[in-house]
Write a protein that binds this ligand. Structure first.
Ligand SMILES: *Cc1c(COP(=O)(O)O)cnc(C)c1O
Length: 394
């Protein structure tokens, strides 16, 4: 049997997969089983910020594999404590809970916000405000936070008490706030929903609404955090602080790790027994987290992101001007979306055939989430192939 057919037989078909089978990666390229080379402009959905097989990263993980992999959360480990301190420092918050994915990070943040509300009100009837076109994960709690009915339809009953406002529309949020509102959860830049950045006044307005009403502000930076937009956390560009931030994707750069990080006021609502995870933040993944922070700093990657993203944005301006089928582009740093008049799918497929991997966001957006280490030659290669595909679509 062909490898692809074997996969189709052995896997539950929750995904529509390409028939390309990827076998290895090196730097910003991945290779399929036929030896075809692809420019990775999506980083496994924003995960592989350091590209593939970054030497210093491998070295540090290899060392940890030979030291200690897992002990459960009955015990601290030196590497776990170091990773936790680094997360706290990088977010400018106070304490962290490690989990295994983005969905678990938002789910955990939700539980923490509910517990905070419970201690204040003495009852568990809290409500959460989320946003249309948001994405917060696929577990039955996080999928309810996700403002996309299509992902929820078949899986009810889901958790109760979630309402949806419109991004960048403060009045739509105000209209939903009442004395049961425990938290507002928002992505500073919506990823899956179409690469939609929050306006500065909007996010600052949310912060003020939360302050005025003692509501917990949860920022979901699972996709936009960890340097992707040019600052360690995207909220640094908005001059606000969340009460809780959710991280995953670029946090481990390829090992499954997520986290929710909170300020002291909210964090102290959780006490032993309230939440848990068997694997969450085990020594192996914490070695990855630690390696990621060390490499981001040692190799001055945030400065690089600021420079190379400006270069990419200039080129996307050109593409927007040159092609009628392109409506525009939007995003922050190396989280960019090219808005197509019509479906983005043919562009994504066309690029794959040309040896470039990107993903869609929403219906009509080609989403670029390249490794943070791309250089100008990589951008040039991407733009050249993008132009070729767009030309063929004319
Ligand atoms: C990917 C993503 C999630 C879910 O992460 P998983 O690891 O797939 O569970 C949550 N929030 C945002 C903003 C994401 O982009």
């Amino acid at each position: 049997m062909e490898l692809y057919e074997r996969g189709e037989k052995a896997y539950i078909k929750a995904y529509g997969r390409y028939d390309t089978i990827l076998e290895k990666g090196e730097g910003v390229y991945v290779y399929d089983t036929k030896g075809q080379k692809y420019l990775d402009f999506y980083s496994g959905i924003g995960v592989n910020s350091l590209g593939h097989c970054y030497p210093k990263y491998i070295e540090k993980l290899d060392k940890q594999l030979h030291t200690l992999n897992h002990v459960s959360n009955y015990f601290y480990t030196p590497v776990g404590i170091e990773a936790a301190e680094m997360v706290v420092k990088a977010t400018k918050l106070d304490s962290v809970f490690f989990c295994n994915s983005g969905a678990e990070a938002t789910e955990g943040a939700l539980k923490l916000a509910r517990k905070y509300y419970y201690l204040k009100h003495g009852k568990a009837d809290s409500e959460i405000i989320s946003f249309n076109s948001s994405f917060h994960g696929r577990s039955t709690g996080s999928v309810k936070l996700t403002g996309n009915a299509h992902y929820q339809e078949a899986f009810g009953p889901l958790i109760e008490g979630v309402k949806y406002a419109n991004l960048n529309d403060l009045d739509s949020v105000k209209a939903l706030i009442d004395d049961k509102t425990a938290a507002i959860i928002v992505e500073p830049v919506q990823g899956e929903g179409g690469v939609n950045p929050c306006d500065k006044e909007f996010l600052q307005g949310l912060r003020k609404l939360c302050d005025d009403n003692d509501i917990v502000l949860i920022l979901d930076e699972v996709q936009c955090g960890m340097g992707r937009t040019g600052t360690m956390m995207t909220y640094f560009q908005y001059d606000i602080m969340p009460d809780i931030v959710c991280l995953a994707k670029g946090l481990g750069c390829g090992v499954p790790v997520g986290a929710f990080v909170a300020n002291e006021k909210v964090a102290k609502a959780m006490v032993p027994g309230d939440h848990g995870s068997t694997y969450g933040g085990n020594p192996f993944v914490c070695a990855a987290v630690k390696a990621v922070f060390e490499i981001l700093e040692e190799d001055d990657i945030l400065t690089h992101v600021q420079q190379i993203s400006a270069y990419l944005v200039d080129k996307l301006d050109e593409v927007t001007n040159d092609f009628d089928c392109v409506e525009g582009h939007r995003g922050l740093g190396l989280m960019q979306g090219l808005v197509i008049k019509g479906s983005a799918k043919p562009v994504v497929k066309g690029l794959l055939d040309e040896g470039v991997i990107v993903v869609t966001a929403g219906e009509n957006v080609v989403r670029m989430l390249p490794p943070l280490i791309i250089d100008e030659a990589n951008v040039d290669e991407f733009i050249e192939k993008l132009k070729k595909v767009l030309n063929e679509m004319k």
